[in-house]
Design a protein around this ligand. Structure first.
Ligand code: NAD
Ligand code: UD1
Length: 331
């Protein structure tokens, strides 16, 4: 298939381009590079040993998107392009609603116009809000506490309505849990701007000596050791989940959790990192981070049964690959 990957130069998008190329698909990436670099595209080509097409465009711009669809016979779209920082979304709600929702509108309308029948969307476990773990796809969505989460819930709704009204427009809504790690080559990975918000890049930067020590946000949650529990998934497993979702996409709307199904606490992740790398991670316990939930992990049986996909890489591999990438990119 020939796949348009919107946001293809980003963290998850670049790993997915690699997995698509390796699975024999042709890839057209579209990205405005607002949170990524063009050199990532070259690195993806190098890893896969294959070329891809790249458009530096904003996918909220209808005319630019139209040009891409007019120039290529596209079989499917994977939509990663969006803003993703929860805290920033509270400060800049209009930017988040505009970018994340208009991009979904423009890409899905182009699919209608050009008869493209496959659409895979990057959603997030954040749409489950404070449901009981493990999160199952059939749960009612609870309101999220921030505009970022709302953009995911609204985009899911838009695509669901579009698929219902247009038989032949097949949609897969993928709810990611906590993507971490990097491609095994160390060539591509996540390089957050400024001080990282997320746990794994924070740990790698502490061990690298860029940051003083990890602050663990609370040890009084009702969890195994009091620290927050998340379902960390290796970004290459996540990338391969997209290839499976495309390959198995049938009529209608399909929702899948992409996680491992395993909860890991902050302290367990710290210990796993120490074991994987053979270093000590200095940390201190501080108060809870506002908006955090105690536990978030997936029921992954639906993706296993319907996509034949399961996450294969363990927490040690996630730590090792995150660390390899931390050591390979310059800042
Ligand atoms: P990322 O920021 O690394 O990648 C997003 C890419 O989209 C970037 O390359 C950026 O330049 C591009 N982009 C943004 N707006 C654009 C626009 N209007 N036009 C063209 N390109 C645009 O983020 P990521 O971690 O790879 O996340 C990809 C998707 O997955 C996002 O939609 C995000 O909300 C979702 N998601 C991410 C996580 C996570 O933890 N990383 C978790 C759940 C869901
Ligand atoms: C965050 C986002 C969520 C997104 C997810 C995956 C928020 C509120 N939520 O969730 O929307 O889908 O990332 O990218 O930002 N922790 C520390 N110290 C740190 C950083 C984190 O103790 O310096 C703890 C957190 O309290 C949490 C766990 O580590 O228990 C994971 O945090 P993080 O990586 O930020 O992910 P989420 O909170 O799951």
């Amino acid at each position: 298939m020939q796949i348009l990957v919107a946001g293809g130069a980003g963290y998850i998008g670049s790993h997915t381009c690699t997995a698509l190329l390796e699975a024999g698909h042709r890839v057209i990436a579209a990205d405005n590079l607002c949170n990524s670099k063009a050199e990532t595209i070259i690195k993806v080509e190098h890893i896969a040993g294959k070329d891809m097409v790249f458009y530096e465009i904003d996918v909220t711009d209808t005319a630019s998107v139209d040009t891409v669809f007019a120039n290529h016979e596209i079989d499917g779209v994977i939509h990663f392009a969006g803003f993703k920082a929860v805290g920033e979304s509270v400060e800049k709600p209009l930017d988040y609603y505009y970018n994340n929702i208009v991009s979904t509108m423009v890409l899905s309308r182009a699919c209608m116009k050009y008869g493209v029948g496959k659409f895979v969307f990057s959603s997030s476990a954040t749409v489950y809000g404070e449901n009981q773990v493990p999160f199952v796809e059939t749960m009612d969505l609870l309101p999220t506490t921030n505009p970022y989460g709302e953009t995911k819930a609204v985009s899911e709704r838009i695509l669901t309505d579009a698929a219902r009204a247009n038989p032949g427009f097949k949609v897969s809504l993928l709810r990611y849990f906590n993507p971490v790690g990097a491609h095994e080559s160390g060539l591509i990975g996540e390089s957050p701007n400024g001080i990282p918000n997320n746990l794994m890049p924070f740990i790698t930067q502490v061990v690298k000596g860029k940051l003083d020590r990890l602050q663990i946000f609370g040890n009084d949650y009702p969890t195994i050791d009091g620290t927050g529990v998340r379902d960390y998934i290796h970004v290459m497993d996540l990338a391969e989940g997209h290839v499976s979702a495309l390959d198995h996409l049938t009529e209608g709307v399909h929702i899948y959790n992409l996680g491992t199904g395993q909860g890991t606490s902050v302290l367990q992740l710290v210990r796993a990192f120490e074991e994987a790398i053979g270093v000590e991670v200095p940390f201190e316990i501080v108060t809870r981070r506002p908006g955090d939930i105690a536990e978030c992990y997936a029921d992954v049986s639906k993706a296993q049964e319907e996509l034949g996909w399961t996450a294969r890489r363990d927490i040690i591999a996630m730590c090792r690959d995150a660390w390899r990438f931390e050591n390979s990119y310059s800042d």
